[in-house]
Design a protein around this ligand. Structure first.
Ligand code: ATP
Length: 510
């Protein structure tokens, strides 16, 4: 399946099987904002838990916090976000309307895309049944021209933005003859930077209200609490503080489903070390985090490190763990050696010391920080897209199966009575009553068993348990394994053990 088709399938499967809905869909949605549905919320929670246990439970010197989304505004001055967390803006001199320069260019490209689509629709009508879309798209000169123009423009824009060459972004708008969509005027100002943070207000009256920001990263909530945690937890260097929670960014390009959202969740850990030891810990966390990813069994070949050559001003080493998403290798997690930049900046702006007193040397020092930062939604997308498979079976039929790692699957088991009579539903419900204390399980009695299997395959449920007439005689059931479709007969008293073995943190994480 072409990658683009796979990605479309991922998005539609996520909706159809209750994983992800567009936010406020009845009002046509809100761009790059999504809601997690009944199964999505479970998968997301399980990923978060898998991360939390591996970081907090597995390290005696790492503790967690849950800081507020709203923080004192000086936090963002100190962190550099107010001055340097920006996107490009442009104004029209005649209409006095303000636009995002990148969106104007993207909209222009979308028009090229629509032109290409029109050619395809026309050809489809002309050729009827015998139309081969893939061949047409790769050979028709007009479609090729539209697509390559589009690619060239987007690449140039990305390059100019990356190089902060805002004059070239304006030049591109002029060269393309882009007009104000409302007035038609091409009388543009220069391109300026626009801050990615969402602003809000604290306070009841307009005069006394204080300007705040929704946090664009969770890390700063950790830095400002460094000394509180160190003192109350009697933590000794090296130690870490972990946090999961929402972050908000008014992103420039937000068109890749939950890969780039305006409201998303991060799982971050800041590890405080002695200056001079940061590279040792940086290497440690690179290896530890990669091993965490590999523990889920999504395939070693789907991960790679991308070491940064050009570093942010505060970092002295940085790498991304990239994952092979349906649209190619892209950043999934960042590991950064942030030096003492953040703690020092907060010391300077707050006037409070944020240092560690070393009893061995009787000296204070500002620790260095190694950070691991992963997007929970991106991790969700990595797992979900990698797990979604269409398999051709021996009898020539096909099945859609979501081969989620068992430990992360939203529903661990579905219990079916073979038929809706003869006391079988009652036994199935009794089994549910037992399992529900430990596992998220569901009951299903609708349709033939084969159809019920397919439904659970598509949702990603690792085990289906069927109660039949033999159950009444010998207290055994059929357990069917999602990935192999193997079925075996086991005692009812054994079900819980099977689930436990398949979903044990120890087995998955060690
Ligand atoms: P990108 O280069 O893709 O914009 P970034 O380098 O800005 O990401 P960081 O600031 O390092 O990202 O944030 C850490 C992690 O948070 C990223 O590795 C990613 O998994 C996640 N993340 C960042 N921005 C978004 C977003 N808009 N939507 C979803 N996840 C995000």
């Amino acid at each position: 399946m072409a990658n683009e088709d796979l990605f479309k399938k991922v998005i539609s499967h996520a909706k159809e099987y209750g994983y992800i809905f567009q936010s406020s869909e009845i009002y046509d949605g809100l761009s790059a904002v999504y809601d997690y549905a009944q199964n999505g919320v479970e998968l997301k929670k399980n990923i978060r838990e898998y991360w939390w246990r591996s970081i907090v439970f597995m390290h005696q010197n790492i503790v967690g916090i849950d800081a507020a989304i709203l923080m004192h505004p000086t936090t963002w001055k100190a962190s550099g976000h107010i001055d340097a967390f920006n996107d490009p803006l442009i104004d029209n001199k005649d209409s006095k309307k303000r636009y995002r320069a990148d969106v104007l260019i993207e909209d222009y490209c979308e028009k090229l895309n629509i032109k290409a689509q029109k050619e395809i629709i026309k050809a489809k009508k002309r050729f009827g049944e015998s139309f081969n879309e893939e061949e047409f798209v790769s050979t028709n000169s007009r479609v090729i021209k539209y697509k390559s123009q589009q690619k060239e423009i987007l690449e140039r824009m990305a390059r100019s933005l990356e190089n902060e060459d805002l004059a070239d972004v304006k030049l591109l708008i002029e060269e393309l003859g882009i007009a104000d969509p409302l007035s038609g005027s091409k009388n543009w100002t220069g391109v300026k930077q626009f801050n990615l943070m969402f602003g809000t207000k604290l306070g009841a009256s307009a005069e006394s209200a204080m300007d705040l920001y929704l946090r664009p990263e969770t890390a700063q909530g950790i830095f400002v609490n460094f000394l509180n945690v160190q003192k109350t937890g009697r933590m000794k260097i090296p130690f870490g503080i972990a946090q999961t929670g929402k972050a908000f960014r008014n992103e420039i390009v937000a068109r890749q489903f939950i890969f780039r959202m305006r409201e998303f969740e991060q799982m971050e850990m800041q590890f405080f070390v002695k200056p001079g030891e940061e590279m040792k810990w940086y290497e440690y966390w690179k290896e530890t985090r990669l091993n965490w990813h590999l523990s889920l069994g999504l395939g070693e070949e789907n991960y790679r490190f991308h070491d940064h050559e050009k570093m942010a001003h505060y970092a002295n080493a940085a790498t991304d763990i990239e994952f092979n998403f349906p649209f190619g290798f892209k950043e999934l997690e960042g590991i950064h050696s942030r030096t003492d930049f953040d703690l020092k900046a907060h010391e300077e702006y707050s006037g409070k010391k944020l240092q560690f007193f070393d009893h061995e040397t009787n000296k204070n020092y500002t620790p260095y920080v190694v950070e691991t930062s992963i997007g929970l939604d991106r991790m969700f997308l990595a797992i979900f897209s990698n797990s979604l498979k269409t398999e051709v079976l021996e009898d020539g039929s096909s099945r859609v199966v979501l081969k989620l790692p068992e430990i992360l699957a939203p529903i661990k088991a579905a219990v079916f009575p073979l038929v809706k009579k003869d006391g079988l539903p009652e036994i199935a419900r009794q089994i549910i009553e037992e399992l529900k204390w430990e596992y998220n399980v569901v009951y299903d009695e609708k349709d033939a068993v084969g159809k019920r299997y397919r439904r659970q395959d598509a949702v990603g449920t690792p085990f289906c348990i069927t109660v039949d007439h033999q159950t009444k005689e010998d207290n055994t059931v059929t357990i069917r394994h999602r990935d192999t479709m193997r079925q075996e007969r086991i005692a009812i008293s054994e079900i819980s053990n099977q689930l436990k073995n398949a979903t044990s943190f120890k087995a998955w994480l060690s």
